[in-house]
Write a protein that binds this ligand. Structure first.
Ligand code: HEC
Length: 711
């Protein structure tokens, strides 16, 4: 991020494990009095949270300590703001007392952080522009701020700069061809005057890249491809020529994957940006690369020159990935004392279950240990930095193989936090097992925006040796050992915030916003938000007061990642998006606000003529799961970005249903159209939805024992 005159480069060495220092020798810091309150040394003004993860180092750590263990009991709601339905998982930003966040389809909001008053909102009208792209509809997880501008990506592949004062767009570029089966869902970042952005996809042929643009003008500075293209056409650079040697077969026909959909961090000392590269496409190593080679740079962390975009080094946690072990979980930077030496490191807890500490200057492997149960590799060889795989883990015997972690990840994108004060990383962990196998028949890339990546994954909350669960894990990157952990009843809980008040904040999928003592893990505060929490909280100062803010509400991610968990969570943990208002919640010491109740649940409509036709149900269930589940939830139990169809009148009326589903009547509102559906397919889906309505009416709505997520 660009701080102009306010930028203060404090010595990185100050942020050593366990050492809390006041910010000194940093007189040009113009923010109100951080030194006076004894903040931990930090590179951006302590009062602000100006970028995803807060600083270039992405630590998700606030140096503020006005809210601390001693007074956390008085933490209460200062204000709340209701949000429209749709995505509500962004991490907000706070700059000079103004809060910025995106909700729904990249609708950017600016709010007075002290009063909660809306200053402006900007709607890039994604529903009108998205076309086929709308079928994936994740919504963005974060935005960027720099030098008076706010930046957001959009579903339809735009990167837009917005004037932070007026809310008017300044420039817009198309960073992704809107015709590709891909979309932007990660936060852009601004490093050294450039805004850098990737994108996401598992929905069809794609070849990953990141692009950097001049933050002021939007002029393209450089693009780095993460996967080599067709060798007969030549390579863009030496890095691609090198990477091509690690592939086999005709991978370029599938694009190869490698989307940079979440993590980036920046080291200003070396002008290096670190990008986390996603899974290959397809996921199956056998299909895309004849089962041979490491397949660079998929599932790797790549260091690039931020000015030129040139390759510097890479480290690949999962060579030749075949399990969907993205390396896109947040990359966090710190200086750690390891074996008596101060090492400049980057840390990542990717999906594959190992916690990695890498030298961020050289790319050298330092250490990796499993932070969850890992069944695919026994350990990482300290000499080579390569995993030692367990024979059979690649499910190549023709039989399903139980694997943990899974594509849900030992840790997914919900960010961990690192506290330079305790020297610990705080990881939102998932405990989940599944059976992996090859899908029957010859795999072909999907052409209609279905997640179909050539691997069959069969799992569920009660699957495996233990029921799936989640935890918050405090982990020492120096000793590579757990320090404390807190168990949660289910997985996919929210992102984490650590503060210099010896606090760690996290929201849970069952609606609690909790604070723990950062050193011991003792629960010191909790608040029932009445809605699932996925987003990460932030902390900042406005008008001389420290606040903690987070967004609440479910997203497509939940409906999509874990259909069976949705069923469990709906029943056991009372996730009900129809009655759980999505909100922005802001907390402060002495806050005494109360949350109004959400809207009353709408009963399912009467449908006296409906007779369930057992012949129609299987086809309807499959079509619904392939096309509608990611937004309307498993078995139409609304949990994602779309409404609960069991309570809608539209499926009762054949023509109205046709107008919405094939005709695109609600396209501008984010409901994609499916003009290619046959009459029979449309009717199968409508029938299936009406059957789910009937189950809701007579109280027999039940979760199946296990469900198949076939990618
Ligand atoms: C990418 C997300 C997404 C997908 C995929 C999706 N929908 Fe929707 N759908 C929505 C949203 C958002 C709305 C609400 C639009 C609005 O605000 O009016 C909606 C609304 C609807 C409605 C109208 C409900 C009402 O009472 O207003 C129907 C019916 C519907 N969807 C059916 C389907 C079917 C059938 C499929 C699969 C073939 C599907 N949708 C796939 C997002 C999605």
């Amino acid at each position: 991020m660009h701080w102009g005159k306010r930028y203060c480069r404090s010595a990185l060495g100050l942020a050593l494990a366990g050492i809390a220092l006041t910010l000194s020798g940093c007189a040009m810091n113009a923010s109100p009095g951080p030194a006076a309150t004894g903040e931990v040394a930090d590179k951006v003004p302590g009062s602000d949270w100006p970028g995803y993860g807060r600083g270039d180092d992405q630590q998700h750590f606030s140096p503020l300590r006005e809210i601390g263990e001693g007074n956390i009991g008085q933490l209460g709601l200062a204000w709340s703001m209701d949000l429209a339905p749709g995505n509500s998982v962004t991490e907000p930003l706070a700059v000079d007392g103004v809060l910025y966040f995106a909700a729904g389809l990249s609708v950017v909001h600016a709010v007075d952080a002290a009063s909660g008053e809306l200053l402006w909102s900007y709607d890039p009208r994604v529903g009108e522009k998205g076309g086929m792209n709308m079928r994936t509809a994740w919504g963005v997880r974060g935005i960027a701020w720099s030098n008076g501008k706010v930046y957001t990506g959009t579903q339809d592949g735009r990167l837009i700069a917005i004037d932070a004062t007026s809310g008017k767009p300044v420039w817009s570029v198309q960073t992704l061809d809107p015709g590709l089966p891909a979309h932007v869902n990660g936060a852009p970042r601004v490093f050294n005057g450039k805004v850098i952005i990737g994108w996401a996809s598992t929905m069809g042929v794609n070849r990953g890249y990141v692009t950097a643009y001049d933050a002021e003008t939007g002029e393209k500075a450089w693009r780095f491809w993460t996967v080599p293209g067709d060798p007969s056409k030549g390579f863009e650079n030496e890095a691609m020529a090198m990477a091509a040697k690690t592939w086999a077969g005709e991978w370029w026909k599938y694009g190869g994957g490698g989307a940079v959909w979440n993590s980036m961090a920046y080291d200003p000392e070396t002008d290096t940006v670190f990008i986390g590269v996603g899974s290959p496409y397809p996921w199956s190593h056998r299909v895309r690369s004849d089962g041979k080679g490491d397949n660079l740079f998929v599932g790797a962390i790549v260091a690039l020159d931020m000015t030129t975009g040139e390759y510097r080094w890479h480290y690949q946690p999962t060579p030749g990935d075949t399990w969907d072990f993205d390396a896109v979980m947040d990359i966090e930077l710190a200086d750690l004392e390891i074996d008596g030496n101060v090492r400049k490191v980057l840390m990542q807890a990717p999906k594959n279950g190992f916690f990695y500490v890498i030298d961020r200057v050289t790319g050298d492997f330092i250490s990796a240990e499993p932070f969850v149960k890992v069944s695919w590799a026994s350990h990482v060889d300290p000499k080579t930095g390569r995993p030692v795989e367990i024979p059979g883990a690649r499910f190549d015997s023709g039989k399903p193989v139980r694997v943990t972690p899974t594509s849900i990840g030992g840790h997914n994108w919900m960010p961990m936090a690192y506290s330079p004060q305790t020297g610990l990383a705080y990881i939102p962990v998932n405990h989940f097992e599944a059976d992996y196998s090859d899908p029957p028949g010859k795999w072909k890339p999907s052409t209609d925006y279905r997640a179909d990546a050539g691997v069959m994954i069969l799992g569920g909350p009660d699957f495996g040796t233990k029921p799936a669960s989640g935890s918050l894990l405090a982990w020492s990157p120096v000793t590579q050992k757990p320090v404390w952990s807190v168990k949660y009843p289910t997985y996919l809980n929210g992102g984490v915030l650590a503060t210099a008040g010896n606090l760690v904040f996290q929201g849970t999928i069952d609606g609690w916003f909790k604070a723990f003592a950062a050193d011991t893990g003792k629960l010191v505060w909790q608040f029932d938000t009445g809605a699932p929490i996925i987003a990460a909280p932030i902390s900042y100062r406005a008008g001389g007061r420290q606040y903690v803010t987070l967004l609440t509400g479910s997203s497509m991610g939940i409906a999509m990642y874990a259909p069976t968990m949705v069923g469990t969570a709906v029943q056991k943990y009372a996730i009900d998006p129809m009655t759980q208002q999505r909100r922005v919640l802001t907390f402060a010491i002495g806050g005494d606000g109360e949350l109004a109740a959400g809207p009353a649940p709408v009963p399912p409509p009467d449908d006296p003529d409906f007779r369930e036709d057992p012949d129609r149900i299987p086809a309807g269930a499959i079509a619904f799961a392939s096309h509608c589940l990611q937004c309307h939830g498993d078995r139409a139990i609304g949990i994602g970005n779309g409404p609960d169809l069991r309570r809608s009148y539209i499926p009762l009326d054949k023509q109205a249903f046709d107008r919405v589903v094939r005709g695109g009547a609600l396209e501008a509102q984010g409901m994609p159209k499916y003009p290619e559906f046959s009459d029979a397919k449309l009717e199968d889906i409508r029938h299936y939805i009406r059957a789910q309505m009937a189950q809701l009416r007579d109280g027999t709505s039940k979760r199946p024992e296990k469900s198949s997520i076939s990618y």
